[in-house]
Structure formats: structure tokens, C-alpha cells
Design a protein around this ligand. Structure first.
Ligand SMILES: NC(=O)c1ccc[n+]([C@@H]2O[C@H](COP(=O)([O-])OP(=O)(O)OC[C@H]3O[C@@H](n4cnc5c(N)ncnc54)[C@H](OP(=O)(O)O)[C@@H]3O)[C@@H](O)[C@H]2O)c1
Length: 211
């Protein structure tokens, strides 16, 4: 076994594909999402799925403790779960959407990273970021601001913890629920299959994490 990884939001999209790739590479994988069909799904010896909401600190604490109990101490964390609203010009957008972007993409991810750093055997933390965190796009301001702020947290963590790898990886535009929520008129033919994007993300992680 390569060790244990936690991948947030593994029920669909990029997260689901990453879970599959890690399992095929002989990792033990723990994942969770709000809609996970079972409260706890343990497939010995290597897979744990949990119903949990990253916005709730008690859920994050449970994910960490159950992962350690059933799969061993994780050494890799992939912050994949994310939230977006329909792409809207800032002047027209409901301010509560900024609250939700910040809650999920910044605060919850930061607490998840803190708990991983405090309680696990941290070797690498990977943040799935976005090109809109790099430079602004009309309509994507709230989401982009939350992603960019999380990248800033990652850069700071990197300066504070030299023994741990901190990677922000942009998977590119993908044909997923999230993209369709933000831009329902997008032509799916112009969006990458999440399985293809996941392989690129996985290979990048594999370059950085020791076997
Ligand atoms: N799609 C794109 O074009 C694109 C481009 C650049 C970056 N990204 C980034 O890639 C990552 C994955 O996106 P995706 O497109 O694969 O999205 P997706 O298909 O919508 O999947 C998101 C996953 O996160 C889970 N999730 C959402 N909110 C959660 C919460 N509060 N607690 C726990 N789990 C939660 C979802 O499950 P539940 O709903 O059951 O909770 C689902 O498993 C995100 O960080 C996104 O920002 C996406």
C-alpha cells in the first residue's frame, strides 16, 4: 500500500475520478460528501466513504478520526469539494452566494487542512483551484475570490511548514455538475471529461509525493 489519502467530495466529478485513480495506485482512500448514500461505507481494506458536510467542524473531525481508525494515519489530503453559484455579474449577484463560496471554498477547506496538519501524518496537501483564481473572469468574481483566497492560505502554509508539500492544481474546465451549475449554456463538447482531467491532476500529485 502507498499509504492513506483523504479526498474531499468523492461522490461525483473530479473527486470520484481521483478516488478511483488513487485506489488503482494501491492507496487507501477516504472520501465523503453530503449525499453519500450510507452514513459510513467501509470496504476493507482500502476504501472508506462517509456522509459528511465539510461546512461542519464536527463532520471534519469525524472524517479524520474514522479514517485513522479504519485506514490508518493519512499522509495526503486533496481539497476537492467546492461550491459555485450560477455565473453572474457582481453587481447583480446575491451577496449570500459570496458567503457560501467563502464558507465552503475557503473556511471549510482551511479547517480541513488545519485538522489534517494537527492530527495526521501530513506529507502533502493539494488544493483543487481554478483558472479564475489566477485572473478575473466576468461572472465568476465571488467564486474566484474564494478560490484565490484559498490559494493564498496554501502559499502561507508552504512558508510555515517546509516539510510538507502544498500544491494548488487547476484541473481546467470540466463537464461536471459544478460547471453546469455555473454555466448551464456551456457546450459540453468544449469541456474536458473529468476522468481525463483527473489523470493529469493525479500525475502531478504523484510527481510530488514519495512512493
Ligand atoms: N468543473 C470545472 O470546470 C472546474 C474547473 C476548475 C476547478 N474546478 C474545481 O474542481 C473541484 C471539483 O469540482 P467538480 O466540477 O468535480 O464538482 P462536482 O461534480 O459538483 O463535485 C463536487 C463534489 O464535492 C462534494 N461537495 C460539495 N459541497 C460539499 C460539502 N459542503 N461537503 C462535502 N462535500 C461537498 C459534492 O458532493 P455532495 O453534493 O453530495 O456534497 C461532490 O462530490 C472543485 O473544487 C472545483 O472548484 C472545477
Amino acid at each position: 500500500m502507498n499509504g492513506t489519502a483523504i479526498i474531499t467530495g468523492g461522490s461525483r466529478g473530479l473527486g470520484k475520478e481521483l478516488v478511483d485513480l488513487f485506489l488503482k495506485d494501491n492507496w487507501k482512500v477516504s472520501t465523503f460528501s453530503r449525499s453519500w448514500p450510507q452514513d459510513i461505507e467501509f470496504m476493507e481494506p482500502s476504501f472508506l466513504g462517509l456522509k459528511a458536510d465539510i461546512r461542519f467542524e464536527a463532520d471534519i473531525e469525524r472524517v479524520i478520526s474514522e479514517t485513522k481508525r479504519l485506514l490508518g494515519n493519512p499522509r495526503v489530503l486533496v481539497l476537492n469539494a467546492g461550491w459555485v453559484s450560477r455565473a453572474t455579474k457582481i453587481v447583480d449577484e446575491n451577496i449570500n452566494n459570496l458567503r457560501e463560496d467563502v464558507e465552503v471554498n475557503l473556511i471549510s477547506n482551511t479547517f480541513m487542512a488545519q485538522e489534517f496538519m494537527r492530527k495526521c501524518n501530513p506529507e502533502a496537501v493539494v488544493h483543487i483551484t481554478s483558472d479564475v483564481a489566477e485572473s478575473p473572469y466576468p461572472g465568476w468574481g465571488f467564486y474566484g475570490a474564494s478560490k484565490r483566497a484559498m490559494d493564498y492560505i496554501m502559499e502561507t502554509l508552504k512558508l510555515e511548514n517546509h516539510e510538507v508539500k502544498f500544491l494548488s492544481i487547476d484541473p481546467g474546465d470540466m463537464n461536471t455538475t459544478m460547471h453546469m451549475t455555473a454555466d448551464p449554456e456551456a457546450d459540453p463538447a468544449g469541456l474536458a471529461d473529468p476522468a481525463v482531467a483527473a489523470l493529469k491532476v493525479f500525475n502531478r500529485i504523484r510527481e510530488e509525493v514519495r512512493r
